[in-house]
Design a protein around this ligand. Sequence first.
Ligand code: NAD
Length: 277
Amino acid sequence: MGMLDGKVALITGGARGQGRAHATTCAREGADVVLVDIADQLETVPYRMATQDDLAETVRQVEALDRRALAVTADVRSQEQLDGAVAQGLAEFGQIDILLANAGIWTQGAFWELSDQSWDEMIGVNLTGVWRSAKAVAPHMIERQTGSIVITSSVNGLEPGANYAHYVAAKFGVVGLMKNIALELAPHGIRCNSVHPGAIRTPMTDHQGAWDMFAGHEGGTEADLVEGGYGFHALKGTTFMDPQVIADTALYLNSDLAAKVTGVTIPVDAGHMVLPG
Ligand code: NAD
């Protein structure tokens, strides 16, 4: 018996990283998945974004667990493309029980130096993209009077972070959005919560540009990132965490164990935020 037997989950940003961990976790627990990813590069993002090969690899890993996966190339900034992904998912599987609004980007810059394009891409993907994803699944969930939505925010949705005000604004923004979605969908038996990862080892964070930012110079290392605060966790022995820690928390939120949990923010940060200063 899986915790999600017979369910269908739509996962944005499903090609790799935490999205892939969500996909394999849902599959292991008995759910089929719709994987939505742009699988392309955005101009302001300095690290390599996911590719069609990444998306295909997630499909392969889900199928290896004997579940079905439908991959849809779509940009969460486009309502038309998201509505199309939901329509394809419904045509293939007949229902969507779970939305994991996980797609996101992470770019840097002092707030007074951010370009309009950098601000707009960040807000477009990390905030508006979450609204659009929820908007795409809501009518179907309301019709069935059931569903669970988990939004991936960040510890930076609960505390600031130097050099990415646009990221922080978007990640705080989705907390308000999550609470309003929870409020508006509660009468329909649909829940909505957010998870707030600390430092997770994925291609978003595990690259030279991120290390250099925390080092304050070129030639930085992972140690600079950890010592610079981002990867600093209270729990003994924790630096970068595996994406599975987020997938496990989302699994709880999407399962019957959390049947009465809605409108809450759950940090998964190994105690990062209990640290003073
Ligand atoms: P990642 O870069 O490996 O994965 C993000 C995925 O989102 C990629 O596959 C990417 O192609 C996809 N994506 C980006 N823009 C898209 C768009 N416009 N439309 C559709 N897909 C798009 O990084 P990750 O760490 O797995 O990130 C997942 C989520 O976790 C993000 O929302 C991120 O902000 C958040 N987060 C990450 C960390 C961390 O330390 N890695 C910490 C806190 C929060």
